[in-house]
Structure formats: structure tokens, C-alpha cells
Design a protein around this ligand. Structure first.
Ligand SMILES: Cc1cc2nc3c(=O)[nH]c(=O)nc-3n(C[C@H](O)[C@H](O)[C@H](O)COP(=O)(O)OP(=O)(O)OC[C@H]3O[C@@H](n4cnc5c(N)ncnc54)[C@H](O)[C@@H]3O)c2cc1C
Length: 424
């Protein structure tokens, strides 16, 4: 939609093909229904790509300020909360509405329920004169009717999204279209997604939320780390810090780190290891002098009860044992588990649960206006490209940035001017 609006504003006649019966379904699910559409702290450090330099160049042309100006021009009121941008109404539908209304005002044609299956350069003798776009509507696809409509265009922008959240329409078909045109698609994997762990005891601690530090170890080496609200689930770990780590974890698993990846969790991230050991020793000293202090009583209130119960079990301690009778080492093991609790990562949840994907159409094969270097008139925008960002508005920012740049540039190839360009 951003690409279409940018192109139409430049005077191009634009058609959007949408396989759903409405536009922008995914936007409604963003930011827990509030749509975190950008971030005041925009930095290249918040992105992954096979060509970060080009991502940076694009963001410098159309970044946070340009996004705010773009949406305000469309009529959206934006508010900022700790740097995160949302519509003032905190309704994702508002973002979709202003985009939809601009699409209408600009006279952009939308062909609903129609999936693009094939694109090809149109030849007139030796000359390449445009694009054939072949699409089938839902009815004919269901009936397996191979008759599909063809139309001709001066430029094509592929903005099909990734494979994440396929219920919203993005089924990875953009990658197929890019491959048809000879472009490289780097390995695509789910990201901003929950991680699955091997340990059976996950079920016993499911439901706990805690502020925690998480280090990902590949063998003995720390490869990445995050801090934030961790959620323990039946299958493993979730929450924003886990989402942030998940893309890199999936890449490592794909590269063969299976069986070697460990999430080391620190449930007391504000206390250093040395301080914690010292505190543990002091507390044990005091408790040992106490005749009737049970292990359960001694550890009560330190962490969530379900976690403590597990840690006591892991340290081989009985809840009703007397602290004075238990070896110091066993008690210290429980203190250690609070700061170094390990879970073995075996994978992630599927594309169905992922917010985005890592990988995609190589950024090494497109120009600063997101046009394929090898195929004139073919542009890309959004998540179909090998660009993914952290949680915090960075992925939608990339969608707006790339859409705007691709749309504006593609319009330059379009000799037919759109008479309603003054609509915004
Ligand atoms: C639950 C959830 C929450 C999220 N929250 C945030 C957030 O708060 N902030 C943020 O920055 N990002 C968020 N994201 C990520 C963000 O939504 C995406 O990065 C962004 O929508 C990508 O935009 P896109 O236009 O590239 O792809 P999409 O939004 O996926 O749009 C692609 C469109 O193309 C259509 N399509 C696909 N293939 C074809 C075809 N062959 N023919 C015709 N039509 C086709 C699809 O139906 C779809 O409408 C979230 C994602 C999810 C799933």
C-alpha cells in the first residue's frame, strides 16, 4: 500500500493485486492490535540483512521523521511511548484505515481475491517493453481451473511479505516470483518467535513470567544476549527477549548448531555473581545456626515457588529437610541455579507463530531504489527482502521505507500519468 501510494502520488497508474478479500490484514495483528508503527530510536543496529549498508542508505532516505510526516499527511495522529510510535487511538485499524483511504483517494485499482502466480518480461521483437502479470482468482484456484488473467504493466513491485503468519496472506509466494526472475533468495527462517527446549520439566514451570537476562551459548561461547520479561512455557521459552534472539538462534541451528545451543537464564540480572555468592554464604551461615529452619522455609520468596521447587529437586534437596543438616554445597547449588539456569534449545515454533522471517530476496541484488540490478523495472518492498528488524516498530518501518522508495522509483518508469494525483 505504501509503494502504491508513493507511486500514485508521483503520477503513476497503479494496480494492487491482493490474494485476500481485503488489504493489510497483518497490520491489524501488529503491536497486540495497537500497531507499533515505528521507533524514535532508529539505528542500523536494530536490523539484520545480507547488505546492512544498503538498508542504512534506505533508512537515511526515509526514516522515522519521514514516516511520521507520511502518516500525518494521510491523516493519522501518532503518539510516542518510550520511543515506540503508535496511533493515538492505539488501534491498528487506524493505520490500515488511513492507508486504505489514501489508496481509494488516489484511484489505485485493487484486484482482491487474486493471487499473482507468474511475472515475465514482455517482449516486442527484440525490445523488452513491460511486464506480463499472471494472476488467478480464488474461485479458479479452488476449481483448479488453470485459466488466469494476464495484464501488462511498465513496472512491477513485489511486496508479498514473507512466510510468517501465513493466515494473513503471506505464504512465501514472493520468493517464488523473485526466483522466477533469477534473483537469489537467502535462506528463510522464522524469527521473532518462541523457542522450543528439550527439557521435560518445562511443563512444571510453565506460566511463569520473570525479568531475566538470557545468554545464548553455542558450546561454551556466548553468541548473543538479551534482557527483559521472559515467559516460561510448556514447550520452552517466550517473551520479547526470546523473540529478539530467535532469528539468530534459528540461523545457528540451520548452520548445524543442533544439540549445542543453550539458553542460560539469569533470574537475578541486577545482582552480580560474586554478590550473589556472598549473599548465599551469609544467609546459609545464619540459617545453619537455626535449629528448626527447613529448606522450604529457607528458600521461600526468593523466586517463583514453582521455580524454587524445581531448583530444590535439581539440587537433590527435600523441602522438609533441616538446613542445619544439609551440606553447604547443595544449598549453594540452588543459589547458583538462580543465576545460571540452563535450557537446551532444539528449535523454534513454526511460521504460524512467527511475527517475521529472516532471509529473503538478497539485498545484494537490488539498488538503492530496491530495483533488481539484473532486471530493469522489477522492484521489491517489505519483508520479502532479506531485511529483518528487532521488535519495536522496526519491521513496519522497513515496510514503509522500502515501499516508499520502490514506489517512487517505479513511478519514474511509468509514462502514463494518474489524473487523481492531487488526492493527498
Ligand atoms: C502478530 C504480528 C505482530 C507484529 N507486530 C509488529 C509491530 O508491532 N511492529 C512492527 O514493526 N512489525 C510488526 N510485525 C511485523 C510486520 O507486520 C511485518 O513486517 C509487515 O507487515 C511486513 O509488511 P509486508 O507488506 O512486507 O508484508 P505483509 O504485511 O505480509 O503483506 C503482504 C501482502 O501480500 C499479499 N500477498 C502475498 N502473496 C501474494 C500473491 N502472490 N498475490 C497477491 N497477493 C499476495 C498478502 O495477502 C498480504 O496482504 C508483526 C507481525 C505479526 C505477524
Amino acid at each position: 500500500m505504501t509503494a502504491a501510494i508513493a507511486a500514485a502520488t508521483e503520477g503513476a497508474c497503479v494496480t494492487i493485486y491482493e490474494r485476500n478479500d481485503r488489504l493489510g490484514k497483518k497490520i491489524l495483528a501488529t503491536g497486540n492490535g495497537k500497531c507499533n508503527l515505528g521507533n524514535l530510536q532508529l539505528s542500523i543496529a536494530d536490523y539484520h540483512s545480507d547488505n546492512l549498508q544498503l538498508v542504512e542508505t534506505c533508512l537515511a532516505k526515509f526514516g522515522t521523521n519521514e514516516t511520521i510526516a507520511f502518516f500525518e499527511k494521510l491523516g493519522l495522529m501518532i503518539r510516542e511511548k518510550n520511543g515506540y510510535l503508535y496511533p493515538v487511538s492505539e488501534q491498528a485499524a487506524a493505520v490500515l484505515d488511513v492507508l486504505r483511504m489514501a489508496v481509494e483517494r488516489l484511484g489505485i485499482k485493487v484486484v482482491y481475491d487474486t493471487k499473482v502466480n507468474h511475472i515475465a518480461r514482455r517482449k516486442d521483437g527484440q525490445l523488452e517493453v513491460g511486464w506480463d502479470v499472471e494472476a488467478s482468482d480464488r474461485q479458479s484456484a479452488k476449481a483448479n481451473n488453470r485459466q488466469s488473467a494476464k495484464a501488462v504493466y511498465d513496472s512491477v513491485i513485489i511486496a508479498c511479505g514473507s512466510k510468517a503468519a501465513p493466515k494473513s496472506g503471506s505464504d512465501g509466494s514472493g520468493y517464488k516470483l523473485a526466483k522466477q526472475m533469477g534473483l537469489t533468495v537467502t535462506p528463510v527462517m522464522p524469527a521473532l518467535v518462541q523457542l522450543k527446549c528439550q527439557e521435560d520439566f518445562c511443563k512444571a514451570i510453565a506460566g511463569i513470567r520473570a525479568d531475566a537476562g538470557i545468554h545464548i551459548l553455542n558450546g561454551k561461547k556466548i553468541v548473543t544476549e538479551e534482557r527483559g520479561e521472559l515467559q516460561l512455557t510448556e514447550y520452552g521459552i517466550s517473551g520479547i527477549p526470546v523473540f529478539q534472539l530467535s532469528g539468530q538462534v534459528n540461523k545457528l541451528l540451520r548452520e548445524g548448531a543442533n544439540g549445542k545451543l543453550v539458553a542460560q537464564i539469569d533470574f537475578l540480572p541486577d545482582v552480580t555473581e560474586a554478590e550473589w555468592q556472598e549473599f548465599g554464604n551469609r544467609r546459609i551461615e545464619a540459617a545453619k545456626a537455626c535449629k528448626d529452619m527447613t529448606v522450604e522455609g529457607f528458600f521461600t520468596g526468593m523466586l517463583h515457588k514453582k521455580l524454587m521447587t524445581l531448583f530444590l529437586k535439581m539440587a537433590g534437596l527435600k523441602t522438609n529437610a533441616m538446613v542445619k543438616d544439609v551440606p553447604r554445597k547443595q544449598l549453594m547449588d540452588v543459589f547458583s541455579l538462580c543465576k545460571n539456569f540452563s535450557l537446551h534449545i532444539v528449535g523454534s515454533n513454526s511460521y504460524d507463530n512467527a511475527q517475521i522471517c529472516t532471509g529473503g530476496v538478497s539485498m545484494k541484488e537490488v539498488t538503492g531504489s530496491l530495483e533488481a540490478v539484473s532486471v530493469k523495472g522489477l522492484y521489491f518492498a517489505g519483508e520479502v527482502l532479506d531485511v529483518d528488524g528487532r521488535c519495536g516498530g522496526y519491521n513496519l518501518q522497513w515496510a514503509w521505507t522500502s515501499g516508499y522508495l520502490a514506489g517512487k522509483a517505479a513511478a519514474g518508469n511509468n509514462p502514463v500519468k494518474n489524473p487523481v494525483k492531487e488526492a493527498i
